[in-house]
Write a protein that binds this ligand. Structure first.
Ligand code: AMP
Length: 285
């Protein structure tokens, strides 16, 4: 296991990364909100394969949570997380205090238009501004050659790719495929909120996306297939459906007609827990 040092300050982080880079060592960055699971560790392992050094970050970013969301009850266990990150090969954990990221007087927001118009955008007002602002800061603080993000949060990944390009941030953004439980449920820090009953219902979501993807690829008409899918999710026991959509995976605009590159996106609720997932739709043969 590598030795994991924990840094809290931006100056210290910059110093550590600068020393590695001047020694010719490439640096990969893995931003997280903690509550580390195998999905996060897949990002660390991907970074480890490409880069000599891996910096993981843990910061539960208040500005990406809505007022009624789970910021306060979000699971926090830094010591446990640090052990898992070290085991997967991280060299350094950057875990800043709130004031290190948002000092008094902080007044800047990074806002990505277009990509945030559909899917989670309208359901979580302000969420992507919070994400875009904190990720921009983390990318600029770390100065890594590459940064790793999960396809599980596909809209977030596209937003981050856009801001890095638009703001000339010289860090390559790398997407990592979604890690799933054996029954298909995407690993998520929020899965721990689910009781055994809800956990069973949750597995219907990836199964339905996979099935729907196959039907669309085989030529099913999107509008009725999606409507059937929405009904099936309600019938399976989800309490609320934010959306089930077919969208262009580059622009994230809903598609009325299947055209590559296409992907299914869903957000559903079980009690107070919101789950999201997405599934690629191969081009019709
Ligand atoms: P979070 O801590 O939930 O903000 O996630 C931190 C990073 O881990 C984000 O880039 C997520 O997309 C990624 N991630 C979360 N769950 C998974 C998963 N099941 N598979 C792959 N990446 C994931």
């Amino acid at each position: 296991m590598t030795e994991l040092s924990i840094l809290r300050g931006v100056v210290e982080l910059r110093g550590a990364v600068a020393a590695w880079r001047s020694a010719g060592e490439s640096v990969g960055l893995v931003p997280t909100m903690g509550a580390i699971h195998e999905g996060h560790l897949a990002l660390v392992r991907a970074a480890r394969r490409d880069c000599r050094r891996v910096v993981a970050t843990i910061f539960v970013n208040p500005t990406q949570f809505g007022p009624a969301e789970d910021f306060k009850r979000y699971p926090r266990d830094e010591a446990g997380d640090a052990a898992l990150l070290a085991g997967a090969g991280a060299d350094l954990l950057f875990a800043p205090a709130l004031e290190a990221v948002y000092p008094a007087g902080f007044a800047t927001t990074v806002s990505v238009a277009g990509l945030t118009r559909h899917l989670c955008g309208p359901h979580r007002p302000g969420h992507f501004d919070g994400v875009a602002t904190v990720v921009t800061k983390l990318l600029l603080m770390a100065g890594a050659a590459r940064a790793y993000f999960g396809e599980k949060d596909f809209q977030q990944l596209q937003v981050i790719r856009r801001l890095a390009t638009d703001l000339d941030i010289p860090t390559e953004i790398v997407g990592v495929p979604t890690l799933r439980e054996p029954d298909g449920l995407a690993l998520s820090s929020r899965n721990r909120y689910l009781d055994p009953e809800a956990r069973k219902v949750a597995a219907v979501l990836p199964a339905l996306l996979q099935d729907l993807s196959g039907r669309l690829a085989a030529g099913a008409s999107p509008a009725p297939a999606l409507e059937e899918g929405r009904k099936a999710l309600r019938a399976a026991g989800f309490d609320k459906l934010d959306y089930l959509e077919l969208a262009d995976e580059a622009t994230l605009t809903p598609q009325a007609k299947l055209g590559p590159p296409a992907r299914l996106f869903a957000a559903v609720w079980l009690g107070k827990t919101r789950l999201i997932d997405n599934w690629p739709v191969p081009a019709t043969r």
